[in-house]
Design a binder for this molecule. Sequence first.
Ligand SMILES: [Zn+2]
Length: 658
Amino acid sequence: MAGLRCPLLGALLIIIVGVVRCSPKCFPGDQALGKCGESTSEKGTCADNTLGYCDDLPYSKAIFPNLLDHRSRGDVEFSAEYILLSVLDNLLQGECNPDLRLVGCSILAPKCEKNKIVKPCRRVCQALKKSCLPAFEAIDMAWPYFLDCDRFFVGEEEGCHDPLEKLRVNVEITSEDLAPQTPYTLIHFTHHNYNQMVSILKKTAAKCSNIAKTYSIGRSFEGKDLFVIEFSNNPGQHDLLEPEVRYVANMHGNEVVGRELLIYLAQYLCSEYLLGNTRIQTLINTTRIHLLPSMNPDGYERASEEGAGYNGWTNGRMTAQNIDLNRNFPDLTSEVHKIMKVRSARVDHMPIPESYWWGKVAPETKAVMKWMRNVPFVLSGSLHGGELVVTYPYDFSKHPLEEKMFSPTPDDKVFKMLSKTYVASHPKMSDQSTERCGGNFINRGSIINGAEWYSFSGGMPDFSYLHTNCFELTLELGCEKFPTEDELYPAWQDNKESLLSLIEMVHRGIKGVVKDEHGNPIKNARISVKGIRHDITTGEDGDYWRLLIPGVYVITAEAFGYSKVSKKITLPARMMKAGRVDFVLNRVEIKTRKYDKLIPEDIYDRYDPLDSYDPHAQAGQREQGEGDEQSQDREKPWWWSYFSMLGNNKPSWLLKNN
Ligand SMILES: [Zn+2]
């Protein structure tokens, strides 16, 4: 939890043990509006406003009962409404403060004139709601009922007052002077803890709701949602022939540069799209981009306890279960090295061996595997730290005892092209004179085959390539794993262009649709390239993408129960868009059983717990002695704990869908 930051709450916690306030007999605020059976007959008198969080209101006399029927200062201080105002600055990362607090205060400590309440102006409330609603959306909080502009606020004709009048005087002077000449993308280059990360992703998605969306792919061992922000002109769904790219960062919890870069990239994509940057608009209109800034949020917490700048090499690398996520994926590479000797063997879409499930599989790993299956990714980057190099599969050596052995995939040329693209736009990776980290990759052009650097099994890139259609690179972003904040802006400058260029590479090679003679899409058809023993399969809509370097190719499409069709194609050297190669396959009678082996109807159609796995069902791990109430609270938003001292009077009106 974010912690009780203000002393008032700490004090409340102690006092509240002995004080049990009655829960309201009707919905808060209704009594003041005469909607409850029992109405307020007592008449208040003007008195000095002594509420600590409301001491900067533009008036000094307030009155009780207030607009919410709180009868005394004590009633207000024990109310969820007041606690909300006191923690809003924390919850909303400083946004909407002090205006939101002051408007709230004008309800809790209403202006008093001649022993009567003067209500605040509706237009002030409406303007506030317009500018602050996205901040509430960002943390999944409902707009507070007591800031309902139609219920507690009135128009000018009824003699309202402006609770922000003092504020405006100051704002007018400063905002004019500071207004930028031209709009630009404003990013705060800081570290983000989990709550801040989630908040900024949601805020970004709210700001760019036409092109962005956040979703969770599952939960970490300690129950943190693994949040993804996606960008597309049609967020939330796959579009025919639109390729999908993902970036995954922070799978090693102590390697945090990638995590921050993806948070910045999300803000950059959103803002530049809105500002009319044509390159970004084209990219988002033609590509679906998914960013997972933290695959290991539990590990990050441990690493950040040591603090930025502490060059710890191990603390926080693992998950809360002490699992290294980049060793936890199924090892399909050993199998490949074995079957490569068989001439007809294809090395793609390999099933997960049953024995894999006998071992300890992290919920984070399962969530990512499930994600890989659900989305037809074509290209991926896994962001790490500790070195300055781009590595590409295989990561696991061809020879089990050989630590540093070049172990190329059948798509070695494609992987090299992709890796070089990242390096070319990166000033430090491409600069020969730059100071290097432990390994020196200058002579290799800052790229290396993973196994040739050092061999390990169970990595994510090998699994991605051998189990799905997706080509994944490992991006080692620099020597320091958890740098201080002043190094984050330079890191963004170094990597921004590379991150964008790599996404654009998804539009290389060929793409197309495979259909039958009636125009129906054929799912799971195989697209093979003569000379490359790695097939791509079509997705739900029959669409496919095949990354290729320029050259002449023979492409074949085949599917179970259909004729086989081949086409010869030429990809020119200066091609910036994927060539379109469609296929129409005719149904044929199946005479032999050989197709069964060659093209299984469903490549994942075998025992596999992942099929029935629900990554969201993992509601975190229970600790000893936890009560039912706490486990219910677990499903509540992260900020719910701010109100834990309120017992049964927690503000359920802040919960959405409630
Ligand atoms: Zn790493």
